[in-house]
Design a protein around this ligand. Sequence first.
Ligand code: NA7
Length: 294
Amino acid sequence: MNSATGAKAKIGLIGLGLMGRPMGLNLLKAGHALTVWNRTPARAEALVAAGASQAASPRAAAEACDVLITIVSDPSALQEVLWGKDGAMSGLRRGGIYIDSSTVSPALARKISAACAERGARFLDAPVTGGTWGAEKGELVFMVGGEAATLAEAEAVLGVLGKKWFHLGPNGAGQTIKLAMNLILALQVDALAEALALVGGAGIAGEKLVEVLQSSMARAAVLDVKAPLLLKGEYPPSFPLRLMHKDLGLALDLANQIGVPLPATAAAREIYSSVKGAAKEDLDYAAVMKFWKG
Ligand code: NA7
């Protein structure tokens, strides 16, 4: 099959960080021809060893593919790869599909959508949840904004990277839902850290609290994944705190634009800011516990 999104579709992947690298490996395992580009070229080594081609620029990566995927840190990184020197936007093919899985602002997603339309390319904002674990297992969940017909064509590729996708509305809708979801995750972990600080301060082992929570209405998947990290005080980055901090900022910017107050998010962001400012290394967002425990 050699359609834009068929089993042998040519894929371009820009951004080979914690998420992009395992996603690229899954695309190769599924038999897709893969062209990659990363700002730090050495990070492409594992993928090139597994059969990917390394493009000389974002533009060259876009030119070489039917479906382009980007997954870079933040809005400025994405603007750089799209509109910077030899940017990907100038290489997008007429009729091609471009999927951005970075978490950025809904406004940027709409700006990209308009630029793609001018080139005759189709765009999906498709941020993900599932972290590095989901990226490695091919079990990411995509929150998609864009045309339903474009999503239908992209499903063969999304199905290699994830198990579920939700069509949420026009371009920008995927990013809006992603920011709302991350706001909840940030507050959940912040609340857990705060409660553990209270319990610890009262001389009771944090494990006791977690044990009870697991049998209560406060039970949540985030407890299974993050409570052990908070209890041990070890925070290897799965979803880095710097990125959660960025997402809280994006949620607050959006709230400001549309006039919705987010008081709990604003308070939590200050706490994440404080930990981020003091951190000397890249830590998971579970490190919000350091606000209380240093
Ligand atoms: P990482 O592991 O921090 O990786 C970020 C990627 O973004 C990595 O490939 C970076 O390249 C790239 N990046 C960062 N800034 C730039 C600029 N200015 N230009 C080009 N490329 C850049 O993040 P994750 O993989 O965990 O997450 C990616 C996205 O998914 C993010 O939006 C999350 O919120 C969700 P580098 O290797 O540093 O040269």
